[in-house]
Design a protein around this ligand. Structure first.
Ligand code: GLU
Length: 482
């Protein structure tokens, strides 16, 4: 049955093969330890609304989260201090500048947003609970315990969002601490304006630790799905973030998450996202999906080249742009029942056939689908069919309440039917409006393409329930040795 889930995984594998030939870009080397990673690695994970993970590539490879941490720590300070206090330290305006620009709003002298280093360092400084520090701490010993406590909160929070215990990469941490003059400069500059809420060195240390937390693409996708799910990790069921904080963080990710490439990103990919110089990208389709991608070579903005391509393909191919307007219902499956709930067909049957059908009608399973079909809904249909195991010989899709079917949904459903037809399952599709027809390539709804060309003999198309009943019975009888 694993083969069935692979209908979705086949898509991810296709996306992987569309990305792997890309060799442009360069691995970040300003943190020396990052330069030692294998530049050819690639991994992609997708977590759907109920926490199910699909992945492709080197999904066991760990890499450092780097700037993706900015979104998480921002969520944490918002939760701890509330919007008002945080807003009085960090703005929410896109800067259009590079991530490590020594940049502040000229009138307020506050960092423009939490996704550039100035804002992320301020968020880290806030977490150290400045009010507990001595007036002007001078030595590391003085602030070390506060720093450790703040990092413990960060690690707990990130781990809760990822649904597993995460840890820090000590070598990357030390490497950045040894070379991070620019971040020190930003923190000291903010301090010189009188707007920095903690000791600059403590904030830099905490920020570099959070950037050095190791994740896999599965982790990123689970974190993304926690955001997509309104703050509840769908794998653990634990609420990690309040809904209003999720909304705030996703908004800032949308406008500021992809460095100075944010505008292009929003128009072409259309998902709130955050990338990091470690090669990771986390993206979120609110209400539906979390995505994690990893590949170390970066473009001129600092975003993973293959990561951006993968997100673009996912967005195009799976129809994920957040502003795609569909009458989608989360509940694509209206009901599921077996063939005993249908009146037997009026078709002539021999006594043996009628007896066989009476005894085995429960081996016909009917799934009534509804709404506009898009990736998320159809993905759950695919898994529902998978969960039937071998309890059904004939599966009926009743599409009479379906509006439009996007390209990926059509291909997933047809792919699923072909695959299972090959294993002996019979299929009947009640499709009065020819919703499964691809109008652009094979005719239009008014002049449908000849349907028998598309699918093999185990797949029948019907336009009404009585027609479908007769077809399902025929297919069921074909499984019998009468
Ligand atoms: N630790 C890195 C820095 O601050 C993170 C940069 C990034 O991922 O954009 O330089």
């Amino acid at each position: 049955m694993a083969a069935v889930t692979s209908v979705v995984e086949q898509y991810l594998a296709r996306i992987e093969s569309g990305c792997v030939p890309l060799h442009e870009g360069a691995v970040a080397d300003y943190i020396p330890e990052l330069a030692s990673v294998d530049p050819d690695r690639f991994a992609l994970s997708l977590v759907v609304h109920d926490g199910h993970i699909y992945s492709a590539g080197d999904t066991t490879t760990e890499f450092t989260i780097q700037s993706i941490s900015k979104a998480l720590t921002y969520a944490l300070v918002l939760a701890e201090y509330g919007v008002q206090l945080v807003d009085s330290h960090i703005g929410v305006e896109p800067s259009g500048e590079a991530f490590n620009e020594v940049s502040v709003d000229t009138s307020s002298r506050h960092p423009r947003n939490p996704m550039i280093n100035a804002g992320a360092l301020t968020a880290a400084a806030l977490l150290i609970r400045p009010e507990t520090l001595p007036d002007r701490p001078t030595s590391r010993e003085e602030w070390a315990p506060h720093l450790d406590a703040a990092f413990a909160r960060i690690l707990d929070f990130y781990s809760g969002c990822a649904g597993r215990r995460l840890s820090m990469d000590d070598a990357v941490y030390r490497s950045e601490m040894a070379t991070g003059s620019r971040n020190r400069a930003i923190a000291y500059m903010l301090e010189s304006f009188g707007v920095f809420p903690s000791h600059p060195q403590a904030a830099v240390d905490l920020y570099v630790r959070q950037c050095s937390i190791r994740v896999t693409t599965d982790d990123l996708a689970v974190i993304g799905s926690t955001f997509a799910n309104g703050g509840v990790n769908p794998r653990t069921g634990r609420r990690m973030i309040e809904g209003d904080v999720v909304r705030r963080v996703l908004s800032v990710m949308t406008t500021c998450g992809m460095y100075d490439g944010a505008g292009d990103w929003v128009t072409t990919v259309g998902l709130p996202a955050k990338s990091g110089v470690g090669g990771g990208i986390l993206a979120v389709l609110p209400g539906q999906l979390g995505i994690g991608v990893f590949s170390p070579r970066l473009d001129q903005h600092g975003n993973s080249v293959r990561g951006v391509r993968a997100c673009r393909l996912l967005s195009d191919d799976l129809g994920l742009h957040m502003f795609t307007v569909a009458r989608e219902s989360r509940v694509t499956i209206r009901s599921v029942f077996d063939g005993r709930e249908w009146e037997p067909s009026t078709r002539d049957r021999t006594a043996r056939e009628a007896g066989f059908l009476r005894a085995h009608r429960d081996r016909i399973r009917v799934l009534q689908l509804q709404g506009d079909l898009t990736f998320s809904g159809v993905e759950s249909v695919v898994r529902r069919v998978e969960s039937l195991g071998d309890r059904a010989d004939v599966v009926v899709f009743d599409m009479s309440r379906v509006g439009t079917v996007d390209e990926v949904s059509r291909r997933l459903l047809i792919g699923l039917m072909r695959l299972r037809a090959g294993d002996g399952t019979g299929w009947v599709v009640i499709d009065p409006d020819a919703a499964l027809d691809p109008p652009d390539r094979h005719g239009t709804a008014a002049a449908p393409a000849p349907r028998d060309d598309r699918l093999d003999a185990r797949v029948r198309i019907a336009t009404s329930v009585p027609e479908a009943t007769a077809a399902a019975e025929d297919l069921l009888l074909a499984t019998a040795q009468l």
